[in-house]
Design a protein around this ligand. Structure first.
Ligand SMILES: *[C@@H]1O[C@H](CO)[C@@H](O)[C@H](O)[C@H]1NC(C)=O
Ligand SMILES: *[C@@H]1O[C@H](CO)[C@@H](O)[C@H](O)[C@H]1NC(C)=O
Ligand SMILES: *[C@@H]1O[C@H](CO)[C@@H](O)[C@H](O)[C@H]1NC(C)=O
Length: 378
């Protein structure tokens, strides 16, 4: 793993190196770092740091093996993009709101859960509307508790794990959700119906933003949806002849994702008009993810349609389980997750997440194009 560590450090240098340049330009324009002390995240498995695992059954190793050394509530061998966001801001990794053990909410909370969609029905009961009402409850209960505990002589240790009430309006609110609205739609209806449903899905998204805004949120960082047609799982279940692009991705599914993103970007500008005192950053995660797939050779990644853990070919087994069939053991992870783009056929590897994070944190793929650290500025 020494090689991969070096690789990671090289990428971090790139981020901070280019960040220094970008920040010089931005501070030249009169911006100051937003000094985000808290992050509230809403999303699906792409940013779940333990929610679905705490709510239902624990995600098993080899998930987590690359970085955490054991399962960590994430569908990944290591860190997710939201973990790299926390590192970049100098904050601890976000505790999942649904996790009742060992949590620390001083620097925010994560409402993302695996399978979540913006609009019900979906794969998870915790759709975005539920995540938002969990946030509203989290805010009012932690605020009450903070005031009670701060008047209490022995409250010190307990209060250190609560967010400061005054930080809610200065927090960064991040979103990575929508992929399951598309996936669930593809599975239960068809691409045409999914296309038609996009305005309604985004109406639900706007309602979520309205609620957060009325709770005092002002800085929003919104990831668009990734190239769903490039997930090995989509390719396996959908590879009609002639429907694959030059990188082996399901073209029609990616077109739906791009249409979703066009309309999401429009929503972001509508929201900017509606709430001139709030900052909305739209982040082109699609582009960052697709770029890894198309530039895999230069970047040293293997075939993007091969993944490290679990199997969908021949014998089907989920990552985290093992089986012996006809003398063959299924379910062992690959020895080189740092060279894989996909970890388990649906979720990206830590190596891929790091690469995507390196390309989005400095603002190059954002509208407006400002680094995450300045995402409170309009
Ligand atoms: C942002 O980071 C990426 C990846 O390190 C780099 O290729 C790009 O040039 C950077 N852009 C800016 C404006 O610093
Ligand atoms: C991983 O965690 C489980 C408990 O969930 C524990 O039994 C096991 O020993 C841990 N494995 C390692 C390698 O630490
Ligand atoms: C296991 O062997 C049986 C009998 O030869 C065969 O029908 C089956 O497909 C094999 N299963 C796998 C996963 O190879």
């Amino acid at each position: 793993m020494v090689g991969s560590e070096t690789h990671h450090w090289a990428l971090w240098l790139l981020i901070f190196g280019s960040f220094a340049k970008a920040s010089a330009a931005v501070t030249g324009g009169g911006f100051e770092s937003c000094d985000f002390q808290t992050v509230y995240n809403f999303g699906d498995s792409n940013s779940d740091t333990g929610g679905i695992s705490a709510a239902f059954t624990e995600i098993q190793p080899p998930n987590g093996e690359t970085f955490f050394g054991n399962h960590s509530g994430r569908f990944c061998d290591g860190r997710l993009i939201i973990d790299f966001i926390a590192e970049y801001l100098g904050l601890p990794y976000l505790s999942a709101y649904l996790n009742s053990i060992g949590t620390d909410f001083r620097h925010g909370a994560n409402f993302a859960t695996g399978g979540s969609s913006i609009r019900p029905p979906g794969y998870s009961p915790f759709h975005l509307g539920v995540q938002i009402s969990q946030f509203v409850q989290f805010k009012s209960r932690t605020t009450d508790l903070y005031h009670k505990v701060s008047n209490h002589r022995n409250g010190g240790e307990f209060i250190s794990k609560l967010p400061r009430p005054s930080d809610f309006s200065k927090a960064l609110y991040t979103f990575d959700i929508g992929q399951n609205d598309l996936a669930y739609g593809f599975q239960h209806t068809n691409e045409e119906k999914v296309l038609k449903s996009i305005p309604d899905i985004l109406d639900q998204f706007s309602i979520a933003i309205n609620t957060l805004y009325s709770e005092g949120a002002r800085a929003f960082w919104v990831h668009n949806t990734g190239p769903i047609g490039c997930l090995p799982y989509s390719v396996i279940s959908q590879s009609k002849k002639g429907n694959l692009d030059q990188n082996g991705c399901v073209r029609s599914q990616n077109e739906v994702a791009q249409e979703f993103n066009r309309q999401l970007k429009d929503r972001a500008s509508q929201l900017r008009t509606q709430y001139p005192d709030a900052a909305f950053t739209y982040v082109d995660l699609y582009k960052a993810k697709y770029a890894i797939i198309s530039a895999r050779k230069q970047l040293g990644f293997h075939d993007p349609m091969k993944f490290c853990c679990g199997s969908y070919y021949g014998y089907h087994i989920e990552c985290g389980k093992k089986a012996v069939v006809n003398g063959t053991v299924y379910g062992n992870p690959c020895p080189d997750p740092e060279k894989r783009i996909s970890w388990d056929g649906i979720h990206y590897s830590e190596a891929a997440n790091l690469h995507v994070a390196a390309h989005i944190l400095n603002g190059t793929l954002s509208d407006p194009p400002i680094p995450l650290r300045y995402a409170c500025h309009k």
